[in-house]
Design a binder for this molecule. Structure first.
Ligand SMILES: NC(=O)c1ccc[n+]([C@@H]2O[C@H](COP(=O)([O-])OP(=O)(O)OC[C@H]3O[C@@H](n4cnc5c(N)ncnc54)[C@H](OP(=O)(O)O)[C@@H]3O)[C@@H](O)[C@H]2O)c1
Length: 312
């Protein structure tokens, strides 16, 4: 079975097509013939060694990938979810050793797997689970009420786009950042107000909301720079472990999507929202496994809009 993995950490070129033994669906699991695996920023750290300490308990090869879509080809005893062989599905994967999303075949707990959205291709479906669940968790942690104000940085990115769309579905007012070339994209995603991105984005947000916003989702990882956008007693959601210094009664929340692994209902709700037209799936380009390094290079270069997806 083909996979894409690394045996030595390094630049994109270390990604190789490798051969792994076949796996089977254990109790409570389904096996998926993976047809699409999305490339996300976190995959870079599986490849480049920045997570070497966490990965050392498993032997190489290390297979990156947290997002897949494909077709069920084996159902284990006691698997929940009424899955049948041949069903089109999507799932989030928590990578461990060679168990990552960039592989032709994977066995997963059936609670981590939901039907792919009707009307979406499997390539499109593969872009949803991990970032959709991260956006969901962000909004759950911020716990804003309808009509409250949410600011989103990195709004043109995959995570930022899902945050905007889930926030709008939840009745929030959204102010989001964009470069000139991303303005129409961010507006189309549903942002009520779009401000110029940059280091001084907090000042621009305050120009619209002088008391500050109720919550902020920091998809651009601007950390301290954007805390001033948040009102006294507001909430700040970080996606890279940042916790701001205690100040002005602001609640600092750290998002970790792993906590939502196996939460069938949350992922299935995202599926329904795609079918209802409330969430947009964005694909920039697809790559064959042999060109995975190119996809990593392109994502690292920045400026990609929509996701890069490896097709097996
Ligand atoms: N904690 C978790 O569980 C979790 C889960 C999912 C994602 N994440 C993290 O969430 C972040 C967003 O993920 P993503 O997939 O949405 O990434 P993405 O698609 O690359 O989006 C990031 C966006 O932020 C913009 N940006 C980067 N630096 C900026 C800056 N200094 N000022 C303004 N905008 C800036 C990028 O623009 P350019 O492309 O022009 O640079 C891009 O539009 C990543 O750091 C990712 O690792 C964490």
């Amino acid at each position: 079975m083909r996979a894409i993995g690394v045996t030595n950490y390094g630049p994109p070129e270390v990604l190789k097509v490798i051969d792994l033994p076949e796996v089977h669906a254990g109790p409570g699991q389904v096996r998926i013939r993976v047809l699409a695996a999305t490339v996300n920023p976190t995959d870079m750290s599986v490849r480049n060694g920045s997570r070497a300490e966490m990965q050392k308990s498993d032997p190489p090869p290390y297979v990156p990938g947290m997002d897949i879509a494909g077709v069920i080809d084996e159902v284990g005893a006691g698997a929940l979810g009424a899955f049948l062989v041949g069903d089109s599905v999507m799932a989030m994967v928590i990578p461990k050793g060679s168990h990552g999303g960039y592989r032709q075949q994977i066995a997963l707990n059936s609670r981590s797997v939901v039907r792919a959205p009707a009307g979406a291709t499997l390539v499109e479906a593969a872009t949803l689970p991990m970032n959709g669940l991260t956006a969901r968790q962000t909004l759950d942690l911020l716990a804003l009420k309808p009509a409250q104000i949410l600011a989103v940085t990195g709004a043109a990115g995959a995570y930022g786009g899902y945050v905007i769309q889930l926030a709008k579905a939840g009745g929030l007012t959204v102010i989001a950042d964009a470069s000139d070339s991303d303005r129409s994209l961010v507006s189309a995603l549903g942002a009520d107000i779009v401000v110029q991105r940059g280091d001084d984005v907090a000042t621009r947000i305050r120009a619209h909301f002088p008391n500050g916003v109720d919550g902020l989702a920091d998809g651009a990882v601007q950390k301290e720079l954007v805390i001033p956008a948040v009102r006294d007693g507001g909430a700040f959601a970080s996606v890279r472990g940042f916790k701001g210094e205690s100040q002005r009664g602001i609640r600092f929340e750290t998002v970790s999507v792993r906590i939502y692994d196996g939460d069938f209902e949350k992922l299935d709700q995202l599926r329904r929202m795609v079918e209802e037209g409330k969430i947009t799936l964005r694909v920039a380009e697809t790559y064959p496994p042999e060109r995975a390094a190119e996809a990593h290079r392109r994502l690292e270069a920045g400026g990609t809009r929509g996701r890069l997806v490896i097709q097996f």
